[in-house]
Design a protein around this ligand. Structure first.
Ligand code: GLN
Length: 243
């Protein structure tokens, strides 16, 4: 039986707005197709294996939790996470987890925290929070894929050289409320500000992550179709509310 190994990184600290639902969506959409999902958790203080996972998920967190994590992320753990990213492991990083993959975070009081530096992005905190349902169009092999989500962040993220946005904002703030971008793509890393959780109401994006990981592990792979009528109705509700 084919399988995928899914790692939930920092479930103890980066666990806002039901982001754990992304793990449920990844696991269920594999098992509904007869593919084994092996889910493991790597909380703070636990070793991370660069080659032990096919997909790594990092959820959102408040500024305080992000600071607490910096100690855990120093040295070896960051090196192993970077090694996994560079070897093509699929990552989904949401909000605070997304920000942590960047070079630094400057708070609105002017304090600078050095983050992992795995991707050339950086975040600047703002007094005003960016909150609400939002939607963006993601490029899916030349066709736009409409993604519906929920955002709640004060950090404004800016993309550096070689980092593509995940999508183009249609309604809402996205990365920084100014340049029209949402999220980031680098190798097989998918980053978004979308809580909600993101994947249950965007099944096509969930399947893109799964197929990317399956192709990396088994060579060419195409997932069987599922009945996504309920998920599509959930997504259409948000899109309708925003249109
Ligand atoms: N603490 C970060 C911010 O406020 C991330 C928040 C989150 O993960 N929702 O921008």
């Amino acid at each position: 039986m084919d399988e995928l190994r899914i790692c939930h990184l920092y479930p103890d600290l980066l666990n806002l707005y039901g982001d754990r639902g992304n793990i449920c969506a990844l696991r269920n959409r594999l098992e509904w197709r007869g593919i084994r999902a092996i889910v493991s958790e790597v909380p703070s203080g636990t070793a991370f294996s660069a080659s032990g996972h096919d997909i790594v998920f990092i959820g959102g967190g408040q500024d305080f939790e992000q600071e607490v994590l910096l100690n855990d992320l120093s040295g070896e753990k960051t090196r192993l996470i970077k090694e996994a990213v560079e070897s093509g492991v699929v990552f989904l990083a949401i909000c605070g987890g997304y920000q942590l993959l960047g070079t630094h975070y400057t708070t609105h009081e002017g304090l600078q925290y050095d983050f992992t530096g795995i991707m050339d992005i950086h975040t600047i905190g703002d007094k005003k929070r960016m909150i609400g349902d939002y939607m963006f169009d993601m490029d899916n092999g030349g066709k736009p894929l409409r993604i519906a989500g929920f955002e709640n962040h004060s950090g404004k993220t800016y993309l550096g050289e070689g980092i593509r946005p995940l999508g183009k904002i249609i309604r809402g703030f996205g990365n920084n409320g100014a340049d029209g971008t949402e999220g980031a793509r680098y190798r097989n890393v998918f980053c978004s500000y979308s809580h909600g959780p993101l994947l249950p109401k965007n099944p096509s994006l969930c399947d893109i992550l799964l197929e990317t990981a399956l192709k990396r592990r088994y060579g060419d792979y195409s997932l069987s179709k599922l009945d996504d009528s309920i998920e599509q109705r959930a997504s259409e509700l948000i899109v309708k509310r925003l249109s």
